[in-house]
Design a protein around this ligand. Sequence first.
Ligand SMILES: [Zn+2]
Length: 500
Amino acid sequence: MKVQLKFNAKSYSSSQLVLISAFKIKDKDEASLTGWPADFQAAFTLLKNSKNFKAKMGQIFYFSLADGTTVAALGMGEKSKATWENLRTAMANIYKASKNSYTDMSINLDSFMLKSNLEKTVYTINEALLLTAYTFDKYLSKKDESILKTITLDSKLPKSKDRKAAKALQDSTNVIESVNIARDYVNEPPNVLHSESYAKLIEKDAKKIKGVKVKIFGKPELKKEKMGMFLSVNAGSAHQPRMVQLTYTPPKATKKPKHICFVGKGLTFDTGGYSLKPGGSMMNMKYDMAGSATVYGAFRAAALLGVNAKITCLLGMTDNAINEFATVPDSIVTARNGKTVEILNTDAEGRLVLGDVLSFASDLKPDCIIDAATLTGAVLVALGHEICGVMGNNQKLIDNILKSTKNADEHAWQLPIIAPFREDMKSKIADLKNIGGSRFGGSAKAAAFLENFVDPKIPWAHLDIAGCGDSQSHLAYCPPKGPSGCMIRSLVDFIANGKI
Ligand SMILES: [Zn+2]
């Protein structure tokens, strides 16, 4: 599906379906036809039932023009109250309603303009359409393919507006293509996507991006790095562990650019290890690598946007499986930074991988570190499926991330790391243990564990995406089931707005 722009448009690019927005007249239960072309107004008012269309948010009214073109009026509620998220939802809904009935579609761009911001309107419409059009059907013999191939944003505005709008269109395409690639990686089954194949996939994709370098660490290199925690998780695996290091250097940095380091948990499948998960809880554990897909998606998008920041992305990849070499509970391992850790539960393995990678990240001395991980079930108990848990050691960094989630209309909430949580992660016979004493407050206790592996002088934030990374069926532009790609847009906003 292709979205394109047409300025100085004299007619509509589609003779099948034209979308026009309809706002509700303030304090009246009536649709405003202001800005509608005369033929639309005539056809609409001729219909007796058009009076029932009040332009309420989400309401769609179809009517035909004399030449046979179908017009869909999208109710957007009162214009002063309409939000970017409303626009995303409206576009997602109409895309889904039209994808099997029309091969092309024209959008009356001027009528959808919000806050007089042409670029953001173009960006948001394209973003919503590409997010919604996403499917993962490669393993289906019979695919439900959309017939809708071309969507044109028609505008009466002069051609001079073309350049900025075209950039907005290209930028949003880069971002959403990256979100959809991340969704693809999470969707891949674990017999196809394991540490070795996952690293190769990322390497192949990243090598195509300007300014990006890739380095892959295998078992010998991780041993050399003394990543004892990471390797203990991989001990029972049929696959070699991988740490992928991606580096993006901006093309025309004037002064020394800021350096941000992403870290992602890439557990390609989590059985729980010897602390084995029951069957029901093990289903869908392929998605335990969603943190790595999220930070890779953000890294990829930012690199394609050519942001003026140096970005390192470190992805720790392994599965958590069992064989005769697998780590047993009660084991004590030594982390990269020398701390000893008593492993009381082999299912709390993500923090072991992340801890060693965070220690590696700290040695790079970046201006900030942000990690993403499907780390705890506790974050779902605390915040629900819809909200990302944010924790860390630097309030300014956390505040800036929270601001970016608002800009992207995603949801995040800070959970505190308090001294008793830090105490709870201490072991009697090692420096640390990998689970807390009680099951409550598990998300922030996991963060209290991770904190031990981050240089305290470096601002660090930890995103627990165990809830929001999976099905976000309340969002019209996310698939009803499967990975959401959430938080990538927020992280891109964070980098693009230079908040590092
Ligand atoms: Zn686990």
